[in-house]
Design a protein. Structure first.
Length: 622
């Protein structure tokens, strides 16, 4: 070897080769994760004291950032870097702190974090674990991260631009397809033009468009086909494919994501019968309903990617109202219906058709009767049976469910076990604290024998701490078994399918209500609240006991409204005035009617509409 030739150690040669490999990955990455990993490895080689590092990435507003790269080992647990990364993401600034969270000191390890922002949007953060050394080296490490983060900023900016360009291309394609559809006033030529354009633009062998008729989708047009036999096997197969989308209400692709074909049986069979490698069907939506389906087919084994599926789903939403309007314009049934209604009116008031006039007289007499006859006016409301008192059994501490001994509907006695939490960890914790208490006690005795007062004070505190922790473990062990506080019925809670799952402290496990005392809760519409008062009587019929009329009396009216099925309702409580309460159970539902006075039948049937009309006029009249 010449004297002037440089001499490399094996470690140095290995480092050079590793760095060269990382540069190769950095300059020509296969994906974003490989780019971040190579970038992080190169950064850590230039930060001499770096021991571990993380790159966290995510989209601002999604609320979660994930690990994109870890150094030196992706399997290594680096959760201890999480607080530093969280601080950098929250405050959006570079952070340097000691390993214990305090400000860094000389010759101590530290953590360095720096956020990555693009145009004011937070895309991630870089965190380094730096070994002990001078404080100036920490500033140098933060500077290195700041300079090197420009590569990440550029990388994320390129990804953002690519997404924006893809979105602009999708919008442009939608505009062109909409323009193609709007060139024609009739439905069939418009749909055929769109089918031909989709087949050309997306490289499809056939594009079919069908519309719903009588609960089925009938293919209307096939791309590059002027006419076809609607009774052919091809049309029948395409109709079954479109019916599947009509039933599901969502786009269906074959092959599905990750080879998943659940719910796409018709597409799988059609692809096999038509010798197609890829199929995609999207619904045409109008006012939330599926009015038609677009089906695309390819002979090439190239599945429809996510961008194409997004484009076609958006096309189904935009074209659905356009074609629905064209279909409405081409129908003339509404005009026939209008003419028939006008003819019926002329027959009623004209000189002919005495039978219709007799019907009118009878209807007038019926109207007089319902106007003059007075009957009980009853307010109708949905009802539910509740226990007069109801107690919740919750998890006393975090742990795992060992056994669920009862479930909803079971009758329990006072003190009966309801569920058992896993107490193995608690027993180990009790043994650990008992051992620590004994060790601290022996050390205390040794310190007492040596008259070491300072050690005695410290050890005495340790003994007290161990005793407190031991008492806490004993208390948790005592509460590991949940018992019924009184005799009653389990209203809610079924843990039989959750054995071994974790439970959080305070999580509701059971609700127990007594069997001897009930109350009726009526959900009264706010339009009927003015008629209700305490002590009014009525009847209750439950869904599970339709042959039993239970007399009830209103006892309380809650002046607070709640939302139920899009309406404001008030909670009204009543008691059951019957000896048949023994057949009741909490949770039973039914219909309750409370008598609030005497009114005519016409008023009872029409007061809801007249009150609404009065309120509407009051709202519009100046």
């Amino acid at each position: 070897m010449p004297a002037s030739a440089p001499v490399y150690s094996i470690a140095e040669e290995h480092r050079v080769r590793a760095e060269s490999a990382e540069w190769s990955r950095f300059t020509a990455p296969n994906d974003s994760a490989e780019f971040c990993g190579a970038w992080l490895a190169l950064l850590c080689t230039h930060v001499g004291r770096a021991r571990a590092a993380l790159v966290l990435t995510g989209e601002e507003g999604e609320g979660a950032f994930t690990v994109a790269a870890a150094w030196p080992d992706g399997q290594r647990d680096l959760q201890y870097l999480g607080p530093t990364a969280q601080l950098a993401l929250t405050e959006r600034r570079g952070v340097v702190m000691g390993a214990d969270g305090a400000p860094p000191s000389h010759d101590s390890a530290a953590q360095v974090a720096y956020p990555v922002e693009v145009d004011g949007r937070l895309f991630g953060a870089v965190v380094l674990d730096v070994g002990a050394g001078a404080l100036a080296d920490l500033q140098g490490a933060l500077r290195q991260v700041h300079w090197a983060s420009a590569w990440l900023v550029d990388h994320f900016r390129q990804r953002l631009l690519q997404r924006r360009e893809a979105e602009l291309a999708r919008v442009a394609a939608l505009n062109e397809l909409m323009a193609t559809a709007l060139q024609f006033g009739a439905l069939q030529p418009s749909a055929l033009a769109v089918a031909n354009e989709l087949a050309r633009r997306l490289r499809c062998d056939r594009v079919s468009i069908g519309f719903e008729q009588g609960g089925q989708v009938v293919p209307l047009v096939l791309s590059h086909t002027a006419a076809f036999d609607k009774r052919s096997d091809l049309v029948r197969t395409l109709g079954e494919v479109m019916d599947e989308v009509l039933d599901l209400g969502v786009a269906v692709a074959h092959p599905g994501a990750d080879g998943e074909e659940l719910g796409a049986l018709a597409h799988v069979e059609a692809a096999r019968a038509l010798h197609m490698e890829a199929m995609l069907s999207v619904p045409l939506l109008h006012e939330g309903a599926t009015t038609g389906v677009i089906t695309l087919e390819r002979h090439a084994a190239t599945p429809f990617d996510a961008a194409e599926q997004r484009l076609l789903r958006a096309l189904g939403v935009t074209l659905g109202p356009v074609w629905a309007l064209q279909r409405a314009n081409e129908r003339n049934g509404w005009q026939r219906l209008s003419d028939a209604s006008h003819a019926a009116l002329q027959a009623t008031v004209g000189p002919r058709h005495p039978g219709l006039k007799l019907i009118g007289v009878v209807l007038t007499a019926a109207l007089l009767i319902v106007t003059l006859v007075q009957v009980d006016h009853r307010v109708v409301a949905r009802t539910a049976i509740e226990g007069a008192t109801q107690l919740a059994a919750v998890a006393p501490f975090e742990g795992y469910l060992a056994a669920g001994l009862v479930r909803a509907g079971d009758t329990v006695k006072r003190g009966q076990p309801l569920a058992q939490l896993d107490d193995r960890d608690l027993k180990l914790e009790r043994a650990r604290w008992a051992s620590e208490r004994e060790q601290a006690a022996r050390k205390y005795q040794v310190a007492m024998a040596g008259a070491d007062r300072s050690a005695m004070a410290v050890l005495s505190a340790q003994v007290n701490q161990a005793e407190a922790q031991l008492a806490l473990a004993e208390e948790k062990l005592a509460r590991a078994t949940l018992v019924a506080p009184f005799a009653g019925i389990v209203v809610s809670g079924d843990l039989s399918q959750l054995i071994g799952t974790p439970v959080e402290q305070g999580k509701l496990l059971f609700e127990i209500a007594p069997l001897s005392d009930y109350r009726v809760v009526l959900q009264v519409d706010d339009r009927d609240m003015a008629h209700l008062a305490k002590a009014q009587r009525g009847e209750l019929v439950l869904s599970s006991l339709p042959d039993l009329n239970l007399p009830i009396t209103v006892t309380a009216i809650t002046p607070v409204a709640t939302q139920r099925d899009g309406r404001n309702v008030f909670r009204v409580e009543a008691r059951i005035d019957s000896a048949d309460a023994a057949r009741l159970r909490p949770g039973m539902e039914g219909v309750g009617k409370v008598v609030v006075g005497q009114r005519s039948l016409l008023w009872i049937w029409t007061h809801g509409f007249t009150e609404w009309l009065r309120l509407t006029l009051w709202n519009w009249v100046p």
